[in-house]
Design a protein around this ligand. Structure first.
Ligand SMILES: Nc1ncnc2c1ncn2[C@@H]1O[C@H](COP(=O)(O)OP(=O)(O)OP(=O)(O)O)[C@@H](O)[C@H]1O
Ligand SMILES: [Mg+2]
Length: 450
């Protein structure tokens, strides 16, 4: 996670930086928005911008939008100054980080923006085999397509391949094709020249060039529109890109990894994905099995997440009781490792004493729902009499609750676009229905820019 701080040096910010670095973030600081824009244009990208609430936030957000640069903005300022906080949010900041900094809040913000997921935990024989193959192909230059249901760990695996590649010491740059609005994605990937469009006041280096020498992850590639797929095909084939508005192609040297939770062959058959692009990306396919098909991973993953969230919350790592584990084992885990992770995060917070009991395990549906959905009748009866809109709303809100407010992941699980999800939530908000705050959904910030 790369954080760019925009503002003068001050003790509270130095402290916040130390906390963020301890949590694995890398930080840079510049004195002004102009200097920050220069950094971003030059291909020294950031996953998150932290700006002094007293600065011209609206101006920065306007510039980012005009130059088609995607980066979530979070404002910081003194805790007691509520007016500044409100003004910062009104100006378009996604969150307000009060100073002096609270380590938990910083950790939550970093996690929300998509922290480096870190270690890849596995014990199941199917995963041993898959990771053996991943290590074997990692040193090659072959493009890799990672497939698997939502939450199975595609991004973690992409980083694993990079770490075991010859490019490990170079950049790992990731672009989430689903989270970035269509009209920003081309510039995000390929950069643009000064004057390429109204607002392009200077040259901007895109992710392809930023990843030069390293690995570029094109996350959720199936969400890319066909026009851009054509441009991407050229970049993949020729290893050169055209900046938007550029006249000369630029050579790039990188390893490509793409992920998808959709069946890309089916997408090809439906005319939504280019077959030639699929061939180019799918030189090696690493398919992650769903969590329910790798039972031996459950224990080590539980141990890992309990230790992680106990540590993050300053709590002792509680033992998982047999009854609690039985509940976990009986569950279907449609949201895979992410769902397990969220469930254990809640369990750590809900547990009392030094043992996690079954009451701390809150899973969607549970065994009863499992047999219902398999057998239809019970579930169908429970639904009859309700409108489609009604059921849809409950499904959306419950999924959102499950992803701890993360819109991108909720949309993936629901099988709808982030845009559709956002429109639905806006509609519910207008109808006065409480919608979980986008605490973990910084990914949709870009939409706020357009
Ligand atoms: N084997 C694993 N070991 C440790 N953590 C894991 C593992 N697999 C997944 N996770 C964790 O589960 C969460 C989801 O993983 P990841 O984002 O890689 O999934 P994904 O397949 O890319 O999901 P999506 O399709 O929704 O984008 C992350 O928080 C990640 O850290
Ligand atoms: Mg992913």
């Amino acid at each position: 996670m790369r954080v760019l701080i925009i503002g003068p040096d001050q003790d509270d910010i130095a402290l916040a930086s130390r906390i963020a670095i301890e949590r694995g973030a890398s930080l840079r600081q510049v004195g002004s928005s102009a200097a920050a824009l220069a950094e971003l244009r030059a291909g020294r990208g950031a996953d998150l911008l932290l700006i002094d609430a007293a600065a011209d936030i609206a101006g920065l957000i306007r510039s980012l939008a005009a130059e088609r640069i995607f980066a979530p903005v979070i404002a910081y300022g003194v805790d007691t100054d509520a007016r500044t906080a409100v003004a910062a949010i009104k100006a378009g900041a996604r969150e307000f980080l009060p100073l002096p900094p609270d380590p938990e809040l910083i950790a939550a913000i970093l996690a929300a923006v998509g922290d480096d997921p870190g270690e890849l935990i596995f014990e199941d024989p199917s995963m041993r085999q898959l990771l053996g193959m991943a290590r074997q192909i990692a040193p090659s230059e072959a493009s890799v397509l990672i497939t698997g249901e939502s939450g199975t760990g595609k991004e973690v695996l992409a980083r694993y391949v990079h770490r075991h590649s010859r490019r490990a010491a170079r950049a790992f740059v990731s672009v989430n094709c689903a989270a970035i609005p269509e009209n920003l994605l081309e510039s995000e990937l390929f950069g643009h020249e000064k004057g390429a469009f109204t607002g392009a006041t200077a040259r901007r280096i895109g992710k392809f060039e930023e990843a030069h020498g390293g690995t570029l992850l094109l996350d959720e590639i199936s969400e890319m529109d066909p026009r851009l797929q054509a441009k991407l095909l050229r970049a993949v084939q020729e290893r050169e890109i055209d900046r938007v508005g550029g006249t000369r192609p630029v050579k790039v040297d990188l390893r490509l990894i793409a992920t998808s939770n959709r069946d890309l062959e089916a997408e090809v058959a439906a005319g939504r994905f280019r077959e030639d692009l699929l061939f180019r990306l799918n030189v090696v396919n690493l398919h992650l099995p769903p969590l329910r098909e790798r039972p031996d991973d459950l224990v080590p993953l539980c141990r890992h997440f309990i230790a992680r969230y106990a540590g993050a919350n300053g709590l002792p790592a509680a033992r998982l009781s047999d009854a609690a584990f039985a509940r976990l084992r009986a569950h279907l885990w449609k949201g895979n490792v992410r769902e397990l992770e969220n469930c254990l995060h809640r369990a750590v917070l809900l547990a009392t004493g030094d043992e996690i009991g079954p009451e701390a395990i809150t899973v969607q549906g549970g065994p009863a729902a499992r047999s219902r959905s398999a057998g239809l009748s019970g579930g169908a009866l429970a639904l009859v009499g309700r409108t489609v809109g009604d059921v849809e709303r409950d499904l959306i809100l419950e999924t959102l609750q499950h992803t701890l407010g993360n819109r991108t992941h909720a949309a993936t699980i629901l099988g709808i676009s982030i845009r559709t999800l956002r429109n639905k939530l806006r509609q519910y908000g207008d109808e006065g229905i409480a919608v979980p705050p986008p605490c973990a959904g910084v990914a949709e910030t870009a939409a706020g820019l357009v």
